[in-house]
Design a protein around this ligand. Sequence first.
Ligand SMILES: Cc1cc2nc3c(=O)[nH]c(=O)nc-3n(C[C@H](O)[C@H](O)[C@H](O)COP(=O)(O)O)c2cc1C
Length: 224
Amino acid sequence: MTQLLPLSADEVLATTRAVRKRLDFDRPVEDEVLRECLELALQAPSGSNAQSWRFVVVTDPDKKQALGELYRQAFDIYEQLDGINAATIYRGDDPERLDQQQRVMGSARYLAERMGEVPAMLVPCMPGRTDAAPPVSAAAAYGSILPAVWSFMLAGRARGLGTSWTTLHLMFEQQAAEILGIPFEAWTQVALVSVGYTKGTDFKRATREPLETAVSFNGWDFDD
Ligand SMILES: Cc1cc2nc3c(=O)[nH]c(=O)nc-3n(C[C@H](O)[C@H](O)[C@H](O)COP(=O)(O)O)c2cc1C
């Protein structure tokens, strides 16, 4: 098995950052290491233990380049629209949060320019299409694959890999399906995870909103 970094489970959970600028674009990621991470990903839960997930690993330079180009085009649109979904953009006036958002956008732009060069990509897919599915179905569908994706990223962190969860290429999901030969009508892509070794392995805990702003016990005790 690959040598693991000396990190506790809590440290892995707290320091698995979206790695973009600190990605080592020149060091290939061994298939063996990717397989180890995927073996762990398959330990994740899925609704009714269906395990009806598919993971497409992309290391072929031409395919990465083609997906990278789609991603960059999508990122351009995203920037122009100031974020596709208002809920994913911070619109408050806390200078620290605004500063953080600025940094994320700068880092995201950097990855967008170089997406086609990342050492590996992971495209997780779930069965069927959820277009217009009711919440009970959509939650089961996405909930049956997204935990596995995060497990993959955590397993990568423990092995010195840096990942970034991305979704923007889904603006062009059908074109991406054609590049990878994914049967578009039968399988929905849920993300494009960039993968590479990190430059250095020391990553910090992120600054997040205080727990009280996101958690209440025994009922909804929030202002919104
Ligand atoms: C559902 C989802 C979609 C995301 N889409 C993108 C994306 O398209 N491009 C990108 O660069 N980062 C994307 N991210 C990464 C977020 O920007 C990142 O997780 C967030 O800024 C927190 O980063 P940190 O954990 O390193 O602090 C996405 C994350 C999630 C969970």
